[in-house]
Design a protein around this ligand. Structure first.
Ligand code: SAM
Length: 345
């Protein structure tokens, strides 16, 4: 069965958010349809984010026909609503520790900004990239028209007022269905966000970026990119475990760190031309770094995480990951890369 993806506004009441499960009733028509096309290997999942007007936007995963049906009828299926945890998360250790001064300089080099450029800071979070670009613009006396977009209102609320006052727009929007006109931007920058989108949806992000870029526009992505499938699996599992311990269930389900070869495939299949590696450095992932961030200072959670990592990473893989275990902290190294690609002119 083919699988599809659609963002469907369901206008749920805010009191429902955070409940582990929520059951919708199914119309007779939907019942018949579901029984015809669903087999026992398939299920539908729904996650909920805040929309720009404060309404709730539900992301529904399922076969296209079914998703169409649910969108046109008023109702749907039994589904789980999971907590995303961003409202409580103060910061993500992955993000805080990955941005060295050298990598920031490389990001600016890759962007190759010009006076008046329209730039989208996609999955902007609380605005680390936008702040960097504004400071750079000031240093070069160069005006930039900066847009910030993130799916989590709770993240955008953390943007500092000096950045917020100077950007063109701060938009709650999903990278899989970007709320911008086609050919709006000279450049799109996406730092440390793609892995928060499920694997099946990552091509949708690429197609959306392609659509909103002007011809000849550039797309710069900064991402941890495991080198092999085995490393990808263990690293993803450790980070997912961190998200579960932090109560960020949707992240735990969704996280998928693409490999370097998958990035070039994702670019190509969306229509981009070229895949330049601008920078690569070894990022040291540390379980202890999560303690003050996702784990909220709870050392019992850190111990659970450490034990999980010890069980999950086989001895034969440890050398290639530069594994270190001090008892309190486990660290390993993953490539952090900046890639650039272009929409053909
Ligand atoms: C690790 S943070 C990185 C934030 C920022 N780019 C930085 O480097 O500081 C990832 C961000 O991606 C956002 N995000 C996750 N899924 C998204 C989606 N489907 N569309 C837009 N933003 C998303 C999250 O809300 C979060 O703010």
């Amino acid at each position: 069965m083919r699988q599809g993806r659609k963002i469907v506004p369901l206008n749920l009441g805010s009191n429902l958010i955070g409940h582990p499960t929520f059951t919708f009733s199914l119309s007779n028509e939907a019942q018949v349809f579901v029984s015809e096309i669903l087999d026992d290997t398939f299920s539908l999942r729904l996650s909920v984010d805040l929309g720009p007007d404060g309404s709730h936007i539900a992301s529904l995963h399922g076969p296209p026909d079914l998703v169409e049906l649910f969108a046109s009828l008023k109702l749907q299926v039994r589904c789980d609503i999971v907590a995303d945890g961003y409202n409580v998360l103060s910061h993500d250790a992955l993000d805080a520790f990955v941005a060295s001064p050298e990598s920031k300089a490389k990001l600016l080099e890759a962007l190759d900004l010009r006076e008046g450029n329209k730039v989208l800071d996609l999955m902007s979070g609380s605005g680390a990239v936008s702040q960097l670009l504004l400071e750079y613009g000031d240093k070069k006396s160069m005006g930039l028209a900066l847009s910030m977009c993130d799916t989590h209102h709770s993240q955008l609320k953390r943007i500092n007022s000096k950045v917020r006052e100077r950007v063109v727009d701060v938009t709650v929007g999903d990278a899989r269905a970007l709320p911008y006109e086609k050919e709006s931007f000279d450049a799109v920058v996406l730092k440390m966000g793609l892995h928060e989108v499920p694997q099946l949806d990552q091509p949708l992000v690429m197609r959306n970026v392609f659509r909103v870029l002007k011809r000849g526009g550039r797309f710069i992505i900064w991402q941890l990119l495991p080198a092999s499938g085995v490393i990808q699996d263990v690293f993803t599992d450790i980070v997912r475990k961190t998200s579960m311990l932090a109560g960020c269930e949707s992240q735990a389900f969704n996280r998928y760190f693409p490999r370097q070869d998958q990035i070039s495939w994702l670019f190509k299949s969306a229509g981009f031309r070229g895949c330049e590696e601008i920078f690569q450095a070894e990022f040291t992932y540390s379980t202890r770094a999560s303690l003050g961030a996702e784990l909220g200072g709870d050392s019992s959670k850190l111990e659970i995480l450490n034990n999980f990592a010890r069980d999950r990473v086989p001895q034969e893989l440890r050398d290639s990951l530069c594994w270190r275990d001090t008892g309190e902290d486990i660290s390993l190294k993953i490539p952090a890369c900046i890639y650039r690609t272009y929409k053909p002119a």
